[in-house]
Write a protein that binds this ligand. Sequence first.
Ligand code: NAP
Length: 267
Amino acid sequence: MGFPVSASLSPRLHNHWLARYGIDGVYVPMTVAPEQLERSLRALPALGFKGCNLTLPLKEEALNYVDVIDPIAESIGAINTIIVEDNGRLKGSNTDAFGFITNLKTTAGDLRKYIDHAVVLGAGGAAKAVVKALLDEGVERITIVNRTRAKAEHFIQRFGNRVHVAEFSALPQLLPSCSMLVNTTSLGMKGQEPLNITLDALPETALVTDIVYAPLETELLKAVRARGNVVVDGLGMLIYQATIGFEAWYGKMPEVDEAVRELLLAP
Ligand code: NAP
């Protein structure tokens, strides 16, 4: 469910896995306006749905309409996955943090050498899941850099004193100590403005990841790859966040392989 939902790659992904594992099911995109969210969610058990995913702008609103919120969704303050339990109750969860960190580990291996200081660009919905995942992974210091400072400051209230806030203009002073740089803004995405930052002060040992996956190789990733940094693209986050939803609904952890990535990258 989303508003709009037409650009979502999730139907392609889940229907691929359903076919692959011979599961009699279908994943359908549904356009749901925020004012229809409660009624739409309440209809899921009666219509025989195992659950649903939620995308913009429904993730926060859904907290009001489920029967149980699991600790990870509570902590992030947003629901992206709903499971219809056997008794018809709706459980709200969030798989974005798992998707983000599993993608990093799968691509970059042991993250311990990157956990001193993460600089996170952006303070939107996705950034909350990213920050939660990084804190759970033991990152010692996270500096959030966002155009709207007040939104970044909310992260300190939500996540505590390992989180700090800075302006884009402070990046030249922040980057020398940065062991992981994460772009969670929509800058650099197809159709959006470019992400214009100067990377000169970023150590070559830093891990760089961009959760924007359209294009797959963003200008940020292109620039840091050329300097020798370890680079992780954003497509894996989308795929891995879907795996645990699929498992919760159908009891099968789907395999992630190159074929899945190619399926999502196909026009
Ligand atoms: P969001 O809640 O709308 O947040 C957008 C963020 O981008 C905010 O921090 C916003 O800053 C910043 N931003 C937007 N335009 C800007 C500009 N012109 N200058 C400076 N900052 C700007 O969106 P979201 O849900 O967090 O998603 C962000 C991006 O992540 C999207 O591209 C989305 O496709 C991608 N994403 C990827 C995955 C994945 O699985 N790989 C998952 C979720 C999201 P302000 O606070 O100042 O407005």
